[in-house]
Design a protein around this ligand. Structure first.
Ligand SMILES: CC(C)(COP(=O)(O)OP(=O)(O)OC[C@H]1O[C@@H](n2cnc3c(N)ncnc32)[C@H](O)[C@@H]1OP(=O)(O)O)[C@@H](O)C(=O)NCCC(=O)NCCS
Length: 193
């Protein structure tokens, strides 16, 4: 790899850059942010041979939208993350410090496995899923595209969470959740549909 181009120079993009442990430049529409060498639309003119590209945008839908315009996005895995040999991490996904991903789990494209989250065996995560810091998924959990599990939340083994779901910080999800809702609390209940 020559340089790593991180699209998005906000807080999440900075953590992606740290996780990569590689020379990094940023693209962002806010050209005043530190390390930004051009706007997102300038990717093709700025990209040099050997550069890798990752999308460092926290918003799930926006990240997937931008990722669609990136040819062969990089997958970034922090050196302290422990990933089972039988687990699969999708293109353009980022795995931060002290994450554990256990056997036969499949993580989709453009996902964020945030700091110290754990994903147990045989889980299936769609594209654009965000597992926040310190959140835990038991075994055989399924999560649909663009869902977000908030900081410190837990998901019981075997639970299925739909697409575009928001699981609030600290929630305990003990039963299946349908598409598009926000759930909070212990046990988690629908707060917003
Ligand atoms: C669930 C969440 C999305 C709701 O956000 P919101 O729609 O802006 O909700 P509000 O802050 O207006 O709160 C609405 C009500 O829900 C309650 N509430 C909000 N978040 C809650 C949570 N995580 N657990 C329990 N109750 C919660 C509030 O206390 C409030 O209750 P009230 O109506 O009795 O006063 C948000 O609070 C949350 O938990 N986000 C997770 C963020 C996160 O994990 N970030 C990690 C970044 S890496």
């Amino acid at each position: 790899m020559n340089r790593l181009i991180v699209i998005g120079a906000g807080g999440h993009g900075r953590v992606v850059a740290d996780a990569a442990d590689h020379p990094v430049v940023f693209l962002d529409d806010n050209l005043n942010l530190e390390g930004v060498i051009g706007s997102i639309h300038q990717l093709e003119e700025i990209k040099e041979k050997g550069d890798a590209v990752v999308v460092g945008i926290g918003n799930n839908k926006k990240r997937i939208e931008v990722l669609q315009g990136v040819d062969q996005p990089a997958t970034i895995i922090h050196k302290t993350a422990v990933i089972s040999n039988s687990a699969i991490i999708g293109e353009g996904s980022v795995v931060f410090a002290n994450v554990a991903v256990n056997p036969y789990t499949v993580i989709g494209n453009g996902c964020i496995l945030n700091t110290a989250s754990t994903i147990d065996h045989d889980c299936i995560l769609g594209s654009g899923v965000h597992i926040s810091p310190g959140a835990h998924l038991g075994g055989n959990v399924i999560i649909g595209d663009c869902s977000w599990v908030g900081i410190g939340a837990s998901v019981k083994h075997g639970v299925t969470i739909g697409k575009n779901v928001m699981v609030g910080a600290g929630a305990a999800v003990v039963s299946d959740i349908s598409d598009g809702v926000t759930v909070v609390g212990v046990p988690a209940k629908v707060q917003k549909t």
